[in-house]
Write a protein that binds this ligand. Sequence first.
Ligand code: SAM
Length: 120
Amino acid sequence: MKYFMKQGDLWQIDAALRGMVQYKEFNLLDSPKLLGQFDVVFCRNVLIYLDQATKDVVLGRIADLIPSDGVLFLGGAETVLGISDRFQPMAGQRGVYCLASEAVGAAPSIATRSLGASAN
Ligand SMILES: C[S@@+](CC[C@H](N)C(=O)[O-])C[C@H]1O[C@@H](n2cnc3c(N)ncnc32)[C@H](O)[C@@H]1O
C-alpha cells in the first residue's frame, strides 16, 4: 500500500518510485556489462526462446550482474537445473534462484563462450 495505488482493477506504482526507474530495450544476446549491477533480475518466460548453450551463456551473464545475495526470477516452467551451475533454486521459492555458492566468484569468462542460436 505504501508504494502502489489502486487504479480500477490495476495497481499503479508510486510516481516517486517510478521516477527512479529507467526503461531500456536490451537484447539478451548482447553483452550486458554496461547495464550495471542488479539486486533482482526478472527474466520470466524468455529463456524458452533459447537453445541450451545460449541459455547457459545468458544465465552466466546474468550471474555476473548480480551481487552474491542477488536473486533471479524465472518463469514457473523454466529452470536452471541441467543448464547452468551459476544459480541454484532458493528453497521453498518456486521460480526464484540465487547464485550457487560454489560458483560465486568462479564465473567462467563469457568472452570465451559463444552464442549458438538466435533468441527468436
Ligand atoms: C513470453 S514473453 C514473456 C514476457 C514477460 N517476461 C512475462 O513473463 O510475461 C517473452 C519475451 O521475451 C522477449 N525476448 C525474446 N528474445 C529476447 C532477447 N534476445 N532479448 C531480450 N528479450 C527477448 C520477447 O520480446 C518477449 O517480450
